[in-house]
Design a protein around this ligand. Structure first.
Ligand code: NI
Length: 177
């Protein structure tokens, strides 16, 4: 399909609460095309995930994983490619862990963000079939980051200690921005 422009922080479209995917859109060519564009755009930018609002589509759709070794997150474990529509997140404990995050809408920067370590999430796939997973660690972090986009939240708002926010090439010279 096509690589789309990724909106950057400051664009007010990133601050909207996205609309649920309507039943009529599941299994449609339009939703398949959106997901293909998200996948192409994520791959081109070496993202760990991407949310529809990041390409200006105000729907509750995120995709993540499936990229194999990722130059932006070389130490991250593999996550299966996942299409998640209308997600529901449920932390399984109060435990949170700080970890470094980046975002395709905040290029060149990384910040340390606390996220719930154990998470159950559910939603629908591209055909509207419901599914649910229990995950932890980096997988749980990615889901929380991507789903925040659906509520208009970019990760810098989650940083608790702003001394742990900076340019990727200064913080981690070996990493790709
Ligand atoms: Ni992001």
């Amino acid at each position: 399909m096509s690589i789309r422009e990724i909106l950057r922080m400051g664009d007010e479209r990133l601050l909207r609460v996205a609309e649920p995917v309507p039943t009529s859109l599941f299994a449609s060519e339009a939703l398949r095309a959106l997901i293909a564009d998200l996948r192409d755009t994520m791959a081109a930018a070496s993202g760990a995930g991407i949310a529809a609002p990041q390409i200006g589509v105000n729907l509750r759709v995120v995709i993540f994983g499936g990229t194999g070794p990722n130059p932006r997150y070389p130490d991250a474990p593999g996550i299966p490619f996942t299409v998640l529509c209308n997600p529901v997140l449920e932390p399984l404990s109060d435990a949170r862990q700080a970890g470094w995050e980046g975002c395709l809408s905040v290029p060149g920067l990384r910040g340390e963000v606390p996220r719930f370590t154990h998470l159950r999430y559910g939603g629908q796939d591209a055909d509207g079939a419901a599914f649910e997973r229990t995950v932890e660690g980096f997988h749980a972090r990615v889901v929380q980051h991507e789903c925040d986009h659906l509520d208009g939240i970019l990760y810098p708002r989650r940083i608790e200690d702003l001394t742990n926010f900076g340019f990727t090439d200064v913080l981690f010279p070996a990493l790709v921005a």
